[in-house]
Write a protein that binds this ligand. Sequence first.
Ligand SMILES: Nc1nc2c(ncn2[C@@H]2O[C@H](COP(=O)(O)OP(=O)(O)OP(=O)(O)O)[C@@H](O)[C@H]2O)c(=O)[nH]1
Ligand SMILES: [Mg+2]
Length: 305
Amino acid sequence: MTTGPLDHFHSGYIAIVGLPNVGKSTLLNRLLGTHLAAVAPRPQTTRHRILGILNGPGFQAVFHDTPGLLKPRYALQEQMEREIDIALKDADLVMLVLDASRPEEEAAQAAARLSGRKVLAVLNKVDLVRDKGTLLAEVERLSREGAAEVFMVSALKGGGVDELKAAVAKHLPEGQPFYPPDAVADRPEKFFAAEFVREAVFNLYGEEIPYSTAVVVDEFKERPGRKDYILVTIYVERDSQKAILIGRGGKALKRVGSRARRAIEAFLGRPVYLETRVKVAEAWRSDLRFIKENVYGSDRPSGAA
Ligand SMILES: Nc1nc2c(ncn2[C@@H]2O[C@H](COP(=O)(O)OP(=O)(O)OP(=O)(O)O)[C@@H](O)[C@H]2O)c(=O)[nH]1
Ligand SMILES: [Mg+2]
């Protein structure tokens, strides 16, 4: 239940970790009340640590959304794993997110990395579970494995999230805020523009296309009296993917553009003109140089630093 006001100011870092697709980014967005992190109905949507700041009465919680835990198979995934490690290194508190509708898919891989941590376990997607009684065994197991508290939430619908917020505030150490009270994120607008284009691709295409996609913002110009101009390049790995991405008469790419533009505008709170183009960078997911330059580049205070 919600606790009363805190006696002293609390602040700190929370790493949001868990298997792919359990709803970590949705939960971050719900906690912040802002669509900050890309969400898609497929695993491995998140590639970067995404920092989001929640200011509440008597506390500042700095969340790190992370890529889903997995066994890296190619260079891009190795970088994604590093993002998780960095988030964990900074963390005062770990939020381990599990999919309550698929409790058999345990986050066992997470356990080893989390030993000795203060862990809040979050059973997410409870809206998909008819008989909540079936979750009790899971709650018990998580407590037995050392979770400080276990929560049942629906990041999508919002249920249980206020209680979770209050617990986060309570468990964070006492201390002064790290960021100004109006700060929400630590990355440039350019980063989010690229993420929203990638999010559109993740939501609009099947199978391999999303995973072969990297998005780079080539220009982001504020123009006095006119809409901001944003030029992005969407990289895919093969010519055949390029053709699919663009679609007949450019129709498919147009859908990407308008979906991404709407998300960017909602995020920035102002209209933008978004231009997209598609290029092929063969097998870039295994090309560390491409990854460092274009996925974890200099405007992204992230893993490759
Ligand atoms: N029904 C339901 N769906 C949810 C909930 N939370 C997230 N989802 C859905 O689960 C899917 C994955 O959500 P994400 O937030 O992208 O998951 P993630 O853990 O960040 O995934 P990765 O970044 O790939 O590791 C999306 O389709 C979400 O809409 C929830 O509480 N209930
Ligand atoms: Mg995510």
